[in-house]
Design a protein around this ligand. Structure first.
Ligand code: HXC
Ligand code: NAP
Length: 293
């Protein structure tokens, strides 16, 4: 068995219809493929219909399952109503919403215009709120259970310089995840989040590790496991959290980052840089102080 394979049983998501925002590229496309491989009817959505159509055809070719591409800007309530309608017309029902669409770029915060700050908040926070409200109200009206999975980041909890609009927006998404997990549990609507560390995608790397920075920062070096994530590792987790196998998990955020954020947090983790032979001298120095104070 290899970690690239779907972890869940065949047909674990059969009979479910799952909508994946930002599902035509990167991690959204990988998670949509995994849902499809597990038997789900999948709707992928983003702003670019040509990208969605190509991705849908590619996934269906691999899995034999229907994948429906629908153009929708998550900032537009009207587009989202259209997305919900198109999903119900195509598959007759909807069971899961994966809020994955995002916008981001690195920049010193003082260089940002109000519009630059706002565009990230609008896509990430308001886009997630808009989709969640539309699908949630549908489930409540139909008295039907639903599952919402939100993709955040590890800096949703810690904060991070140079991606401040994204950090503010993802923190808001995390607060909504935990708040509605409690408030809407009575409607059988479950909320969870995943906080990924670095998983290379073109969309993220073009904006977070652009050419002039490529040689200056190494994602791998700061991760205790010394590697970036594999898309299949994230997809398997996202499949479990979308499936009924996780029915009792509600309001949780699962970090999948090879230990990256803790590496930055632990006060003495920098001692990793101490060469092994130096530990003899360090131990001798510490023992030599015994009884001196
Ligand atoms: C400063 C910038 C800028 C930059 C854009 N702006 N890029 N300001 N530095 N690099 C400013 C513009 O000048 C403008 O402000 C405002 O932002 C809006 O820009 P538009 O280009 O008009 O916006 P739009 O076409 O809507 O595009 C949105 C976008 C774009 C977010 C800027 O990058 C995009 O479409 N991204 C979608 C995909 C994406 O970002 N994927 C990465 C997700 S990765 P003014 O005032 O000048 O008009 C991720 C990973 C996190 O989240 C963790 C990783 C480890
Ligand atoms: P990506 O390929 O750029 O994905 C972002 C997606 O969002 C794109 O498909 C984009 O499609 C869509 N999108 C952007 N604005 C939209 C809008 N207004 N309406 C609808 N769709 C919109 O980047 P990714 O790396 O796969 O990121 C996916 C998710 O993982 C994001 O939530 C990101 O924050 C999160 N994440 C990624 C990493 C990483 O290392 N890659 C780490 C932590 C968290 P269109 O341009 O066609 O609209």
């Amino acid at each position: 068995m290899h970690q690239d394979e779907p972890m869940l049983k065949n047909n674990a998501l059969k009979g479910k219809t799952i909508v994946v925002t930002g599902g035509g590229t990167g991690l959204g496309k990988s998670m949509a493929s995994c849902y499809s491989a597990l038997g789900a009817n999948v709707v992928i959505t983003s702003r670019k219909i040509e990208v969605l159509e190509a991705a849908a055809a590619e996934i269906t070719k691999e899995t034999g399952q229907p994948v429906h591409p629908v153009a929708c800007d998550v900032r537009s309530e009207e587009d989202i109503e259209g997305l919900l309608k198109a999903t119900l017309e195509k598959f007759g029902r909807v069971d899961g919403l994966l809020n994955n669409a995002a916008g981001n770029f690195i920049s010193p915060t003082e260089r940002l215009s109000a519009k630059a700050f706002g565009v990230i908040i609008d896509i990430v926070l308001k886009g997630t709120v808009n989709c969640t409200m539309a699908f949630g109200k549908h489930w409540i009206k139909e008295k039907q259970a639903g599952t919402v999975l939100n993709i955040v980041t590890t800096y949703a909890s810690t904060g991070s310089g140079y991606v401040v609009p994204s950090a503010c927006a993802k923190a808001g998404v995390l607060a909504m995840t935990r708040s509605l997990a409690v408030e809407w549990a009575k409607y059988n609507i479950r909320f969870n989040a995943i906080a990924p560390g670095p998983f290379p995608t073109k969309g993220a790397w073009d904006r977070l590790v652009p050419e002039p920075l490529k040689d200056k920062i190494s994602m791998e070096k700061r991760i205790p496991l010394k590697r970036v994530g594999e898309h299949s590792e994230l997809s398997n987790l996202a499949s479990y959290l979308m499936s009924d196998f996780s029915a009792y998990i509600n309001g949780e955020v699962v970090t999948i980052d090879g230990g990256e954020w803790l590496q930055g947090a632990g006060q003495f983790n920098q001692l990793e840089a101490v060469p092994a032979p130096m530990w003899d001298a360090i131990e001798t120095a510490i023992r030599g102080k015994k009884g001196s104070s």
